[in-house]
Write a protein that binds this ligand. Sequence first.
Ligand code: ZN
Length: 308
Amino acid sequence: MRFSKLALALSIGGAVFASSTFANGLNAGPGAEMVPTGKGYGINGHSQSLDDHGNAKPGGGGHSSNGIDYHGGPVMLGTTNVHYIWYGQSGWPNSTQSAILTGYPSSTGGSPYFNINTTYYNGSNTHVSNSVHYSGSVSHAETYGTSLTDAEIQQIVADTNPTDTNGVYFVLTGPDVTASSGFCSQYCGWHTHASILGQDIKYAFVGDAATQCPSGCMAQTTSPNGDAGADGMVSVIAHELEEAVTDPDLNAWYDRRGAENADKCAWTFGTESTASNGSKYNVVLGGKQYLVQQNWVNASGGYCSMSY
Ligand SMILES: [Zn+2]
């Protein structure tokens, strides 16, 4: 997930990921293959590029006709477990914020929205399941301060002794915390994986933008559930979870520009409805109204949607 204003501007400009406005290493010449970073932008891949990529590979690789390609890596199969790790000032999240944030992974499984991910599959043609389980949360003291490096975010995950290889561990930070590799300037959240305690652990970062960059990482400042920071995080959590299940190791599903499924629909919301407080929502999950980004359907030529 990249910074919203940047993404929108570049999408409209049509020069999306080849733009020279990016920092070192983020450019690609014509025809170069890009690979995802998990942060919403691609970087140059290996030099195989066109020849190699243009040849369909049995059981992996090759182009689909849906605007996103399979590159041979694993997808997450069966029920995906979502683990939350809170990292923020005392009192965050409060009960309202916690209910908003935990409500999403508790209710998205089985929904027409999450079902979009079932259009993705591995080299054995086994598809992602429409099944998500919220596995609960732990709180991590602010022992690494309030400006976290990527390494510190990985260490926060490691500190919880993660063992669930079918899980995605979300480091959710409060409004007092930033991520030094580019929260609010390069991205609103990201996902990746690492070998932690000998296991391939998938994890993600999502920050509360309410006080740091409401215009950059939140779609609206009045929200359906009464806390715009937490409501805004849900949209980013949804985005990262969709990418984690279809591209957990950054080598499965992405397009020629390194954009993963949710990147292709970032900050688009489809048909919106108006909540009683005047804010917008586009899906109801577990009795809560949410405004979450669309996701890319890997069927019928490919398109952004809120359901499949
Ligand atoms: Zn993304």
